[in-house]
Design a protein around this ligand. Structure first.
Ligand code: SF4
Length: 323
């Protein structure tokens, strides 16, 4: 089956999950209410990693809508990193002086329940994604201080291979650009998309691309994901960024195992990210003190190169801050 066919076969409504034995008829009512506000998509591959007997399965918590998404807390925001206030033109976020985010597509292989761009991919989608790529290229051409383009959420690897090549060719022609980086959950949630053709497309220009995967739990590092990472690591620099998530990976054992498995798969742990305060994600929040305790524990059990930096975004500071 091609990845396009697999995508068509993904679960798209909570009712699909009842048939798959992942939700009870009682639970589906609440999940249905959540999916009216925040879209739902779950590839069968990722759904198959869910332990049906465990209501707190870390894969389930990341993938299946929960009523907790409808509870908002006072500190939560629709656009916690102020993407829209740092938007010189639609599809571009220019927050850091020499790096600009390019939002190629609002599509993702799965809609992660913890996503900090949750509102920007739903209610505020037109504000970020209405502009054309042409205008985005024009902005990058006219902004010489930008040396790196970071393709960020939605998921850039949901764009087809030929189109990705063309996007990279456009950027290659801009002399002041030195690097391109892709932030993606595709190798984690939808590894069949990671093909030889994709890795050739990513590396088809003068750039030596950086791919930052977003693995959060060791259960996500499977034979299928390793096959995809094998293809990517021949042509790209592979790093991983995890988000610290309550009940998913807020334990020393889990994160130590994740770092070890990533290293075996050829990926270096780069960031452990404090969750940004986005509306609908508060149930995943881990207090910084607890995060510090976990991170210290990781340091005592891993060599330095397998300990990711524990960081957070602070609005107004033009780089990631250590927690
Ligand atoms: S793939 Fe990334 S942008 Fe898309 S829903 Fe998941 S976390 Fe958000």
């Amino acid at each position: 089956m091609s990845w396009e066919q697999e995508l068509r076969a993904a679960y798209r409504t909570p009712n699909d999950l009842v048939q798959a034995g992942l939700l009870s008829p009682e639970e589906v009512i609440q999940a249905g209410k959540v999916s009216l506000k925040y879209q739902f998509l779950l590839p069968q591959y990722y759904a198959n990693l869910i332990d049906k007997k465990d209501p707190h399965c870390p894969i389930r918590l990341q993938a299946i809508p929960s009523f907790e998404e409808l509870e908002s807390r006072i500190e939560e925001m629709k656009d916690p990193l102020q993407d829209l206030q740092h938007q010189p033109i639609q599809r571009i976020t220019h927050r850091y002086q020499n790096r600009a985010l390019f939002h190629l597509t609002p599509n993702c292989s799965m809609y992660c329940r913890f996503c900090f761009r949750k509102t920007l991919l739903n209610e505020l989608k037109p504000s970020l994604f209405s502009g054309t790529w042409k205008e985005a290229f024009q902005y990058l051409r006219q902004t010489p201080e930008v040396s790196e383009v970071i393709f960020s959420g939605g998921d850039p690897l949901m764009v087809g291979d030929e189109v990705l090549r063309k996007v990279l060719e456009e950027l290659e022609a801009i002399a002041h650009l030195k690097r391109v980086r892709f932030h993606t959950r595709v190798p984690v949630t939808f590894p069949s998309r990671v093909t030889l053709e994709l890795s050739e497309s990513l590396s088809s220009t003068r750039f030596h691309p950086v791919v930052v995967t977003h693995f959060n739990h060791p259960k996500e590092v499977t034979l299928e994901t390793r096959r995809g990472l094998e293809l990517l690591k021949k042509r790209t620099v592979l790093l991983n960024q995890s988000v610290l998530l309550r009940r998913v990976n807020d334990s020393i054992d889990t994160l130590v195992e994740l770092s070890e498995k990533l290293f075996e798969a050829g990926v270096l742990p780069y960031y452990l990210h404090q969750l940004d305060p986005s509306i609908g994600t508060g149930h995943f929040f881990v207090a910084e003190g607890e995060g510090q305790r976990i991170w210290e524990g990781m340091k005592s059990r891993l060599p330095g190169y397998l300990v990711p930096r524990y960081v957070k975004d602070i609005v107004g500071i033009p780089y990631k801050s250590s927690v």
